[in-house]
Design a protein around this ligand. Structure first.
Ligand code: G3P
Length: 214
């Protein structure tokens, strides 16, 4: 499964990329706003750092505006994927942008029909949000399983990019379901290496090694 980092913070993106496990990056207007930096500067730094698809989201809510923004974003770097929201105008924009050869990631997907429609409209990636469904007492990963299962009956060529991942369980469940991509905050990625028995075991190995050297 591909791992994307869900961040616009260039320092943590650079750190994550030193691990050699980052296949791409997703940003959204909230993550970019948090940096306090110009969008173009954030994207330029990420494009220099991440060797893979980089999602940059439009803020227009009309198809014409989304297409105009999308063309401008896509022209910044070959790795840029234009992120559009799963609304009717976003479906129109996805169809138009993908027809021009511009890769689109359709985001804010919360039910399977949205994902199937986005795939049909030509999306390269679709982003079902897991954590926000869990937040309202629904089973986000169950929705992803339904979506992945439905798409497997067809050959749209769209990658399911699981987003709003909040913990290790989400990541593992996405892998078990066979999602193509999991986009994770660095705080979750850092949990991938953690287990108390690993830390204790290493401490014991090193202590025994030191004792033996005496
Ligand atoms: O890319 C989408 C992701 O950033 C949303 O995550 O935790 O705000 O639901 P979250």
């Amino acid at each position: 499964m591909k791992i994307f980092i869900d961040s616009a913070d260039i320092e943590e993106i650079r750190e994550a990329c030193t691990w050699g496990i980052v296949d791409g990056c997703t940003t959204n207007p909230s993550l970019v706003a948090k940096t306090g930096r110009k969008f173009e500067d954030v994207l330029a730094d990420i494009c220099e750092t991440v060797d893979g698809p980089i999602s940059a989201e439009v803020v227009s809510t009309e198809a014409d505006g989304m297409v105009e923004e999308g063309r401008r974003l896509a022209a910044l770097h070959p790795n840029i994927v234009v992120k559009v929201p799963m609304i009717a105008e976003g479906v129109k924009a996805t169809h138009r942008l993908s027809s021009e050869g511009i890769k689109v990631n359709v985001t804010l997907i919360f039910q399977p029909a949205q994902g199937i429609l986005a795939a049909k409209a030509g999306a390269s990636f679709i982003s079902p949000f897991v954590g926000r469904l869990d937040d309202i007492g629904q089973d986000g990963m169950d929705m992803v399983a339904t979506l992945v299962g439905a798409l497997a009956n067809y050959s749209y060529g769209t990658e399911v990019l699981v987003a709003s991942i909040r913990n290790l369980n989400h990541f593992i469940a996405a892998a078990e379901i066979g999602a193509d991509v999991a986009t994770c905050p660095f705080s979750v990625i850092k949990q991938f290496v953690k287990h108390p028995l690993t830390d204790a075991g290493l401490a014991t190995f090193l202590a025994d090694w030191e004792k033996a050297k005496k």
